[in-house]
Design a protein around this ligand. Structure first.
Ligand code: DGL
Length: 278
């Protein structure tokens, strides 16, 4: 990537962050929707999971990460983590002066658009579910809709360990999603970065009558609209540069990325994230 100071505003990279590696599912959607854009990804692998932490901690971590991404001269930021979007998005938007997109409103919009019977399910971490962020976003779009929510904490380690299919995965999926079967939902929001990697198992269990929504595509489209409005889209067709940073275990990040990304990653950089002032 050329030195950031020499780049025009539109030529600067997009920053994407997650509590760990799961946000790569959102990065994939950004790459597809905006193939000309450079992207700097940060995964907070030293402090994952966020899904069982307090709001104050999640906000502090998120502010440090935004400061790190600003040091890489990003022009916009995507909070790929549902938990951080649920707890820190408003604070980040009021503290930092650049376009910041979260995943919750785009996910809610996709679900409200998709549902035919008004019965929406949302699955996520404990923190996301108890934040009620999806309830608020869905109700803001359609006040008479209240989603049915379930926390599925074991889904994250399953994915991290590569268990995206097979008997163990099917048993865990059944364990968490059985209560949703009697709720007559027709739409299910995969409200956690890792869950799209379990989509086949989840969709197979829920059956053909339930549409699984990955908020990533709508998030990428929302960011593209935001960048276009701010004249920050990079129009010129060119090969994009992608870089990866983590707060710990960079070789695990590289291995995970090489399992799910459409290109191979040589190495991720390790960052002392707590040095970036909150
Ligand atoms: N990235 C988180 C999310 O989307 C899942 C992992 C965690 O608990 O930090 O909610």
């Amino acid at each position: 990537m050329p030195s950031a100071e020499r780049l025009s505003a539109a030529d600067r990279p997009i920053g994407v962050f997650d509590s760990g590696v799961g946000g790569l599912t959102v990065m994939r959607a950004l790459m597809k929707t905006m193939p000309n854009e450079d992207i700097v990804y940060f995964g907070d692998t030293a402090r994952v999971p966020y899904g069982n932490k307090s709001k104050a901690t999640i906000v502090r971590f998120s502010r440090q990460i935004v400061n790190f991404l600003l040091s890489r001269s990003v022009k916009a930021i995507v909070v790929a983590c549902n938990t951080a979007s649920a707890y820190a998005l408003d604070e980040l938007r009021s503290a930092f002066d650049l376009p910041i997109e979260g995943v919750i409103l785009p996910g809610a919009e996709a679900a409200v658009e998709a549902t035919r019977n008004g019965r929406i399910g949302v699955i996520g971490t404990y923190a996301t579910v108890s934040s009620q962020a999806y309830d608020r976003a869905i109700r803001a779009l359609k006040p008479d809709l209240t989603p049915v929510k379930i926390a599925c904490p074991l889904f994250v380690p399953l994915v991290e360990e590569g268990f995206t299919a097979g008997e163990i995965t099917e048993r865990v999926v059944e364990h968490y999603l059985a209560p949703l079967k009697s709720e007559a939902i027709d739409t299910l929001v995969l409200g956690c970065t890792h869950y799209p990697l379990l989509k086949s198992a989840i969709a197979a269990y829920m059956g053909a009558g339930v549409l699984c929504i990955d908020p990533a595509k709508n998030t990428a489209e929302a960011l593209r609209a935001r960048l276009a409005a701010a004249r920050l889209l990079r129009e010129e067709a060119r090969a994009a540069c992608y870089s990866f940073a983590v707060s710990d275990a960079e070789e695990r990040m590289t291995a995970f990325a090489n399992r799910i990304m459409p290109f191979s990653i040589q190495a991720a950089e390790k960052i002392a994230i707590e040095n970036y002032e909150a």
